[in-house]
Design a protein. Structure first.
Length: 314
């Protein structure tokens, strides 16, 4: 891949993307133990590893948005707004809250539960053990900060879709984000009947308008200077390692937003004979048949697979 430069010399985000799916997906029939052995061997023998992580990685790690974790912790919201709408934390985020007090009543709790309160989870710490002695880079659509907590170098992480710990102007009137940990703690402590006090509702310091979570969900997502610097570092890493032996380790990336990690990873394998793909996915571990031995698709329990690979690598 060639990454062109845009304003201030930054890499053009569009050049990271690929919208072309493979036409020869297959579920591999290799025995699980053989797949783990091959995956570990590929990692041991590679020059560098690029990890691409989607929502399935954090789900496998234990950050589940539905089920008992949701119903136990968001019972008051389910009761107030109705179980038809409050089916899980993801769906609840798109509820048309009637006021800013109601919106931030939900989002402050959501951010604390999924970004600030969880410790570094074993799946991520074991993943760090696997690659810590290699050249590596992280490309992730996750916004829960688990890679940072697990010890990965923050200069080697590009979180493309935002951060639950930051807020921005709802209309993106200026390209800056703001840390909100302390504010969310205050909101959570003061929340009554799912609402926060009006005096805690954040306002844009530039235009005076409403604020929003720094999440890519519309055309107003703020790509701040730190975001662009991370994109630049990823582009530089790709350029520096394009002729080396590279393992693309893809974790929990489905077909929801495949153009950010899944399809680009496949494109890199097509374009580089020294690249190989290891795809871990609960239900969608299909890989292009044309990749042959350069692709490994491991289905089922990702946390177990990471543990087993770690055991073979170390």
């Amino acid at each position: 891949m060639i990454f062109k430069k845009i304003r201030k010399g930054h890499a053009d985000w569009r050049n990271f993307l690929c919208s072309t799916p493979a036409r020869d997906y297959v579920f591999q029939k290799d025995a699980y133990e053989d797949q783990i052995d091959r995956a570990a061997k590929n990692i041991r023998n590679t020059d560098c590893v690029i990890i691409g992580a989607g929502a399935g990685a954090s789900t496998a790690a234990g950050i589940q948005y539905d089920g008992k974790r949701f119903t136990d912790n968001f019972a008051e919201f389910i009761k107030k707004y109705g179980e038809h709408y409050m089916t899980d934390m993801y769906a609840a985020g798109f509820y048309p809250y009637p006021s800013e007090e109601a919106k931030w009543g939900y989002w402050s709790k959501h951010a604390l539960m999924n970004r600030f309160d969880p410790p570094a989870l074993p799946l991520y710490t074991e993943l760090y053990d696997i690659v810590k002695n290699k050249e590596y880079f992280i490309l992730t659509t996750n916004v829960d900060h688990q890679f940072y907590k697990a010890g990965f170098d923050e200069k080697r992480i590009f979180a493309t879709q935002g951060d639950y710990g930051k807020i921005q102007c709802q209309k993106a009137c200026h390209p800056k984000t703001y840390g909100a940990k302390d504010l969310f703690r205050k909101m959570d402590k003061a929340r009554r009947d799912c609402l926060i006090p009006s005096e805690l509702v954040p306002k844009c310091p530039v235009c005076g308008g409403n604020m929003a979570m720094n999440l890519r969900c519309d055309n107003y997502f703020v790509e701040d200077e730190a975001w662009h610097e991370a994109a630049d570092r990823y582009a530089d890493f790709m350029e520096q390692n394009k002729d080396k032996k590279v393992v693309l380790l893809e974790l929990g990336v489905g077909f929801n937003t495949p153009i950010i990690i899944r399809f680009p990873f496949e494109k890199m394998v097509w374009e580089n004979s020294s690249y190989s793909l290891i795809r871990l996915n609960m239900d969608e571990a299909v890989v292009p048949e044309s990749f042959g031995k350069r692709a490994i698709g491991i289905g089922g329990d990702m946390a177990k697979a990471i543990t087993d690979i770690r055991g073979k690598v170390l």
